[in-house]
Design a protein around this ligand. Structure first.
Ligand code: NAD
Ligand code: MG
Length: 400
């Protein structure tokens, strides 16, 4: 295998740190070209020193100054690039072979799309990019010949269970004998909480995921199951699968990461410990299997695997996500943007947990007349994203 030079966008986050952990295990084949972070400059400076990154990308001049103050690396100091445009430009550098898109939220869309446009190997953790601009993103991948590898554990599992010909950029899943995609979900920390206690749950309770350790935004999304809704939309685009052929199954142990059901009645599943280094290593090593640092799954110690139907009364955000996918792209952009604002306000204790779904639903109603035909470009998508954010922010203010 030739050496890959990786750009890790969002390197200080949960996926970013796991990515650097896997890269550090393979010094002969994987190297870091660039790192980016929006905050935690101390952490970024440590990472840049350890990985000998050539470039770091920071959001502002103030962050640049903080990075310089924190820098104590023994090797040469990396070049510092500033601002969102620097993310878009850097992924296209000729030195870059591979981009890990692990920025959280729609903020990660422009750089992920730029990596696709530049024809790189794109390891996509940023599911919001596909939710907001799935059609544009997949078209760009096809046209540029980029290699798209899903990192979200469910989609990585499905990818592994697809026949070779059915890999991410293939046109239709039905032609490959696939009947359904079965997306597993843990049910999060409130799977069995009494419904009348949900309005009073705190951000820390919502972020205490039973099986996975993740950033705070996706942890809240897992509690509401909006995360699974985003993943349904993500699966629809990645595998060209109609919405009625995607089923969500609650599986509290988070060991079966997802499944593909075929016309002949076979179901193929991918199992493993709930540790993101497995899908990350799969993406980095593809088509080889490489060490991820993840321990073995002890099936006999586990004893049993459970599956159940999600309750849409408990998880209204899941219902809203299916509604949005059926309604079209404008609704998907709004679903994601409204959720990002509502989750942020919930984390700041400005709105209650149960208001998250209400804010999203109201935003979806408000943009119901917006046609998908006006969403062909990144600028159009970002404009609707911004418009929805302002509606959602106002709604959250009214609730404080
Ligand atoms: P995180 O909050 O831990 O990290 C986010 C990273 O993005 C940080 O480095 C942060 O500095 C950077 N960032 C935040 N806002 C930014 C902005 N406006 N511009 C540029 N950079 C910004 O998030 P995470 O849990 O690592 O998740 C990252 C992405 O991966 C999300 O899209 C998430 O849905 C997806 N994902 C995460 C997991 C997981 O286990 N954590 C699993 C599947 C998918
Ligand atoms: Mg997932």
């Amino acid at each position: 295998m030739s050496v890959q030079r990786v750009c890790v966008l969002g390197s200080t986050g949960s996926i970013g740190e796991n990515t650097l952990d896997v890269i550090s295990r393979h010094p002969d084949t994987l190297s870091v070209y660039a790192l980016s972070a929006h905050s935690r400059m101390q952490k970024l400076a440590e990472q840049a020193g350890q990985t000998r990154a050539k470039i770091v990308i920071v959001p502002t001049d103030q962050a640049r100054a903080q990075f310089l103050q924190a820098w104590t690396g023994a090797g040469p100091r990396p070049e510092i690039r500033v601002g969102a445009q620097a993310l878009v430009d850097t992924v296209a550098d000729t030195e870059v072979t591979t981009v890990m898109a692990a920025i959280v939220g729609a903020a990660g869309l422009p750089s992920a799309l730029a990596a696709a446009r530049a024809g790189k190997r794109v390891l996509l953790a940023n599911k919001e990019a596909l939710v907001a601009a799935g059609g544009l993103f997949m078209r760009t991948v096809r046209e540029s010949g980029a290699e798209l590898l899903p990192i979200d554990s469910e989609h990585n599992a499905i990818f592994q269970c697809m026949p070779q010909s059915g890999r991410a950029t293939a046109p239709t899943a039905a032609a490959r004998g696939v009947r359904r995609l079965l997306l597993t979900a843990s049910g999060g920390p409130f799977r069995t909480t009494e419904l009348d206690l949900l309005p009073g749950v705190t951000p820390d309770q919502a972020c205490a995921h039973p099986n996975w350790s993740m950033g705070r935004k996706i942890s809240v999304d897992s509690a509401t199951m909006l995360n699974k809704g985003l993943e349904v939309i993500e699966a629809h685009w990645l595998f060209a699968m109609p919405v009625n052929q995607i089923q969500v199954v609650i599986h509290p142990q988070s060991v079966v990461h997802s499944m593909v059901e075929y016309e002949d009645g076979s179901i193929l599943a991918q199992l493993g410990q709930p540790d993101m280094r497995t899908p990350i290593a799969y993406g980095l090593g593809f088509p080889e299997r490489i060490d991820s640092g993840v321990g073995l799954l002890q099936l006999t110690a586990l004893g049993r695997l459970d599956f159940e139907e999600p309750n849409l009364e408990r998880f209204p955000c899941l219902r809203l996500s299916f509604d949005a996918l059926r309604a079209g792209q404008a609704a998907c952009v709004a679903l994601n943007a409204a959720n990002e604002i509502a989750v942020d306000c919930f984390l700041k204790q400005q709105i209650r947990y149960t208001e998250i779904a209400r804010v999203i639903e109201t935003c979806l109603n408000r943009i119901a007349g917006v046609p998908d035909s006006g969403l062909d470009s990144l600028d159009d998508v970002m404009a609707l994203d911004a418009h929805t954010r302002s509606i959602a922010s106002e709604l959250c203010l009214l609730k404080t």
